[in-house]
Design a protein around this ligand. Structure first.
Ligand SMILES: NC(=O)CC[C@H](N)C(=O)O
Length: 335
């Protein structure tokens, strides 16, 4: 008789969110409390996990993900990197609130120093709800983190039986269970019948190939986002600059257009040394250099296809290495 194949060792790092949330009744899908159920209870509630991996759990935070900060990210990334250097850890799953899951995933995609799988997972319905999506999502995330096909693919998000890449995934719905999509660039694959099926990978640099290193960092440079809209003014921008922002992401309308009465304030901020990244609130498409604005003349950087919230993460990390706008622009086309 053949010996059973050796199971991979997967560590679940729990951070809170709806996957660890509980509501008053089985039909409570809004107005519940996030981050109440602990990691051991999460693991115990899905006994099927033991069939796909040797699972251990650590409670790193217990928060709703709208309260995630740069400091949480640095602590989480350091813990992930420490675990992945251990020969007895084959992969890491991070349970996380869905609101900022795409941001944490992209941050880790840039700073994890390993090809071993790192998978973020959450739920849109609390653990107490009828048809809660947390248990199947957690099962899928663990089997993905345990699977050799997930090695070297960058940080992944497992939601709704689908595999998404950290760079391009976003939460696209406030409340429905199918909220996570990689709209135009496409998800990477499916989770079905206890197996991952991959169809594509991102061409952008990540994890083991990344030049960013948070090992010695205790803080990240302040980078904020100003949102574009009709009748926009420069009040928020000026306040961020006065508060010491090292960089500002301009989440402009359309192709990152600059309103006539905001452009001089952006230019003045740049002259004070603040790095300005032109991005778009639209959500799809390339933000082209020297397209809607003369970026060479203004000495601005463009975000390429990154959403404003992901451009903020890349700029923070990039500013730990350089403040040269040519080099910053290179990084925005590489990651
Ligand atoms: N579905 C969720 O996880 C949202 C709950 C909470 N706002 C969070 O992001 O943690």
């Amino acid at each position: 008789e053949q010996a059973a194949p050796k199971l991979a060792n997967v560590t679940i790092l729990a951070t809170g969110g709806t996957i660890a949330g509980s509501g008053a009744t089985s039909t409570t899908t809004v107005g519940y409390t996030a981050a109440t159920v602990g990691v051991q209870q999460l693991i115990q509630s899905v006994p099927e996990l033991a069939k796909v991996a040797n699972v251990t759990g650590e409670q790193v935070f217990q928060i709703a993900s709208e309260s995630m900060t740069n400091e949480h990210w640095l602590a989480l990334a350091k813990r992930v990197n420490a675990l992945l250097t251990q020969s007895n850890v084959d992969g890491v799953v991070i349970t996380h609130g869905t609101d900022t899951m795409e941001e944490t995933a992209y941050f880790l995609n840039l700073v994890v120093k390993s090809r071993k799988p790192v998978v973020l997972v959450g739920a849109m319905r609390p653990s107490t709800a009828m048809s809660a999506d947390g248990p199947i999502n957690l099962y899928n995330a663990v089997l993905l983190a345990a699977h050799p096909d997930a090695v070297g693919k960058g940080v992944l998000v497992a939601m709704g039986d689908q595999i998404h890449g950290a760079r391009d995934v976003s939460k696209t719905n406030t409340s429905t269970p199918d909220a996570f999509k990689t709209t135009e660039l496409g998800m990477l694959g499916y989770l079905q019948g206890g197996k991952p099926f991959f169809y594509r990978v991102s061409t952008r640099k990540h994890t083991a190939d990344s030049e960013f290193d948070i090992g010695g960092l205790t803080a990240l440079p302040q980078v904020d986002i100003v949102y574009g809209y009709a009748n926009m003014n420069s009040v928020a921008l000026d306040a961020f600059v006065a508060a010491g922002a090292k960089g500002v992401i301009h989440a402009g309308v359309g192709d990152g257009s600059l309103a006539a009465r905001v452009k001089p304030a952006l230019s003045a901020a740049r002259q004070k040394g603040v790095v300005i990244v032109r991005s778009s609130r639209v959500g799809q498409g390339i933000l082209a250099r020297n397209g809607e604005a003369n970026d060479d003349q203004l000495d601005f950087v463009v975000s390429d296809t990154l959403s404003p919230q992901k451009a903020r993460i890349l700029l923070m990390l990039a500013l730990t290495k350089t403040s040269d706008t040519k080099e910053l622009q290179r990084l925005f086309y590489a990651y």
